[in-house]
Design a protein around this ligand. Structure first.
Ligand SMILES: [Zn+2]
Length: 373
């Protein structure tokens, strides 16, 4: 008999969700409007689990169990298939969870989480060691492909206040290794610009790698794997809360940050602000951190302060300026930058912030001078 034809299916849908929750022994849920919110019965994640008793939809934001009806909830919590869940809800089988079984499940979930955390820590350590290895192999950026690449991107090395930043090195023959279908593949090798990503404590925790074309004008390398274009840039290690510290003058009190090395150096070349440091934030996600989800808004622009892995400026920064690239999705980009600036303001009292646009037709130089006046 097909599931749809089983009369117990209708029967199961008639059971109030609250009753299913009770029968499953899901404890500690608080009623908030139409929702029951609390610890997840599967992963134990605190306040991450919610059931809507009106729509019957449920979701854990941590382990990502999700569904829209009684049977799906039973399937997720008891980890059984559709047939068994239906039997449990509407059949003759005992429909109460044995307390010993509940305890066992809880312990199992906790042990699984501890194991996952250990594995993540091990991987992080391995990736950071690998990043340090790459950095140590790198040679001084004043030589080799770094000046050629920057020139190709419109940044004249002579125009940089202190020349090529110490944060930039290069490797002549650097393998481009990427995990594809669970296997480490060397997709490409060649000259590569290596940028050090320093964590807030000033230790190198990641490298940002840009493979450079061997042919003039030495732009980004074209990397193709099985007919597919691959990004010429890869980060190895842990970039969390880190930055590529391109230029940090003594007595700096302002920090100008763009997403990429090129944007940030362009700002520096355009016209360096006095007493301003220029750091690249590696990527938008790192600059913004996690954003709050607000109903009816796609991008809230409000920082989720429980995210402790996002970039926050050091205490010496009195003014933080984010550069907005004139790329695609300006609405999302702007919201993310706003989220990052608001996070920084929440952490550093009295911080001044600003977003400057480097969009088409806008001279970054004019913007920086104009806005800072
Ligand atoms: Zn969960």
């Amino acid at each position: 008999m097909a599931f749809q034809e089983d009369p117990r299916l209708m029967e199961s849908k008639a059971i109030p969700m609250k009753e299913v929750v009770d029968r499953l022994g899901i404890m500690g849920l608080r009623a908030t409007g139409q929702e029951l919110i609390g610890p997840c019965p599967c992963c134990g994640g605190r306040d991450r689990f919610g059931v809507n008793i009106q729509s019957n939809a449920f979701l854990c934001r941590k382990c990502e169990i999700t569904g829209g009806d009684q049977i799906a909830l039973v399937m997720s919590v008891l980890n059984v298939d559709f047939k068994a869940a239906l039997q449990w809800l509407c059949g003759d089988a005992p429909a109460q969870i044995d307390p010993e079984e509940m305890k066992r499940r809880k312990e199992k979930a906790a042990a699984a989480e501890r194991k996952q955390q250990r594995e993540q820590a091990r991987y992080r350590k391995w990736a950071m060691d690998a990043a340090l290895g790459i950095w140590k192999q790198g040679r001084w950026g004043g030589l080799g492909v770094v000046p050629a690449y920057l020139r190709a991107r419109g940044i004249l090395p002579d125009a940089l206040v202190e020349g090529i930043p110490d944060a930039l090195r290069f490797i002549v023959d650097h393998p481009y290794v990427k995990k594809i279908d669970g296997k480490n593949e060397t997709v490409h090798r060649g000259p590569c610009m290596i940028a050090g990503v320093l964590c807030p404590r000033g230790e190198l925790t990641a490298v940002h790698q840009t493979w450079v074309d061997t042919k003039p004008p030495h732009g980004k390398a074209k990397i193709i794997w099985k007919g597919e274009d691959m990004p010429a840039k890869l980060v190895r290690g842990s970039k969390k809360a880190g930055a590529i510290r391109l230029f940090t003058p003594e007595n700096a009190d302002t920090l100008v940050m763009g997403e990429g090395i090129e944007t940030t150096l362009s700002a520096l070349v355009a016209n360096p602000l006095p007493d301003a440091a220029y750091w690249a934030g590696v990527d938008l996600g790192n600059m913004s951190g996690r954003m709050q989800k607000v109903k009816g808004k796609r991008h809230s622009g409000l920082p989720d302060m429980t995210d402790t892995d996002a970039f926050v400026p050091p205490p010496w920064v009195k003014k933080l300026i984010f550069i907005m690239d004139g790329d695609s999705a300006p609405e999302m980009t702007h919201a993310k930058l706003l989220s990052g600036l608001r996070r920084a303001m929440a952490v550093r009292a009295g911080l001044e912030t600003e977003i400057v646009q480097a969009g088409p037709g806008v001279d970054l130089n004019d913007v920086l001078i104009g806005e800072s006046a």
